[in-house]
Design a protein around this ligand. Structure first.
Ligand code: KG4
Ligand code: ZN
Length: 364
């Protein structure tokens, strides 16, 4: 099989990223470079990602990012065989910036251009990092996404369920703000929860009483808000103990929900593919040790392998986009200059659209 060198570009939320990979779909690929330029400082004063600021920063940084990726890989534009770019879902301004940059490079060099679904990039990452073979069950759990997918091929995904409102990372970030912890909220809550009592506050485990794998985190957030307000009305401020107990209680609720819904998703997956039980995770929330332990326990109980790619490739990056492009090259014709950005782009079009609009823009 021909070995190819692919440039990947990602700009769907608040990370400007470019990467070069080399390989083929059959034998796997190596990441020659992966540059991620974050924008945390630009959005810090606003308590969340501001789409217009993000888009402008992507437009400013993309050229440098691509240059750095080429330099680190020891490559020139003339070495490339194709360009793959995130064409959605995400914040439209950022996606447009990336698609325009990719079109410019592909047109100038006469290269095939592939528009890649950001979620497909995440979902195919275990193949890039661990050589996992099809099929497998994927839990994508980040600041913008939360869904269970059966991955059968580079363009063959079935969604078993997902969040109907907030993504878990988004909920971690919002709760951190509520209890005066810094952003990003996930790591801050995890650290604070270590000294907390998860049983002090009775917090709900939303949608556990409903069959299936759909999840909801916004009611949990409201329940934490109520507890916080009751504490503030009583004593005027949260003590360190209050903060730690709220953080621990919230985290324990998320662990319980994700573990139980994962058990159900694995159950359904195993009915369809009993010969190959494997659960893969991707997304920033998979960094959380309690969540990871919960998922590992469920996988072990169900006799499934648990695969978590290294965190730098679990969170937003362009190597995953380049890799998805590499696999899709063998399956379809390039998109070319007519490629249109798609702010909403569900991976599984047979399922009803997800509701809401999160940190990453419209939910798929
Ligand atoms: O995948 P990611 O880098 O970006 C996208 O949202 O696509 O995920 C970032 C999210 C943030 O919401 C952050 O708070 C959350 O992942 N996160 C965590 C942890 N580390 C990052 N959530 C819980 N526990 C953590 N240790
Ligand atoms: Zn992502």
């Amino acid at each position: 099989m021909t070995t190819r060198i692919i440039l990947g570009i990602e700009s769907s939320c608040d990370d400007t990223a470019a990467a070069i990979i080399r390989g083929n779909a059959q034998n796997g690929a190596e990441v020659l470079s992966s540059i991620v330029m974050g924008q945390n400082a630009l959005h810090a004063d606003f308590g969340g990602v501001v789409p217009e600021i993000a888009a402008r920063a992507h437009a400013e940084k993309l050229d440098h990012c691509v240059e750095q990726a080429l330099e680190q890989a020891g490559m020139r534009l003339s070495d490339l065989d194709a360009v793959a770019v995130t064409a959605g879902p995400g914040l439209i301004g950022g996606v447009v910036s990336g698609v325009m940059c990719a079109k410019g490079i592909a047109t100038a060099r006469g290269l095939p251009l592939y528009g890649v679904n950001h979620l497909a990039g995440h979902a195919l990452t275990p193949r890039l990092t661990d050589g996992v073979s099809y099929p497998y069950l994927m839990l994508l759990v980040s600041g913008g996404h939360c869904q269970f997918l059966i991955v059968r091929g580079a363009d063959d995904f079935s969604r078993l369920g997902g969040t109907i409102d907030d993504a878990p990372g988004e909920a971690f970030d919002k709760i951190a703000r509520l209890i005066s912890l810094p952003q990003p909220g996930g790591p801050a809550i995890e650290a604070c929860a270590k000294s907390g009592d998860p049983t002090r506050f009775a917090l709900p485990r939303p949608l556990l009483d409903r069959a299936g794998c759909d999840m909801s985190f916004s009611g949990l957030k409201t329940a934490v808000l109520r507890q916080r307000d009751a504490l503030m009305n009583g004593s005027g401020a949260l003590t360190k103990r209050d903060q730690a107990d709220l953080a621990a209680g919230f985290q324990a609720a998320v662990v319980d929900v994700l573990a139980e819904k994962t058990r159900r998703a694995l159950d359904r997956y195993l009915e369809l593919a009993p010969q190959k039980p494997s659960l893969c995770v991707a997304g920033g929330v998979a960094a959380n040790m309690s969540i990871r332990a919960g998922l590992e326990t469920v996988s072990a109980k169900m006799g499934a392998d648990f695969i978590a790619p290294p965190l730098v490739l679990c969170t937003d990056n362009a190597a995953m986009i380049a890799y998805a492009g590499l696999e899709q090259m063998d399956l379809r014709v390039p998109d070319g200059i007519g490629l249109s950005p798609r702010p909403r782009w569900p991976l599984d079009t047979t399922q009803p659209a997800m509701l809401g609009s999160g940190k990453k823009g419209a939910k798929a």
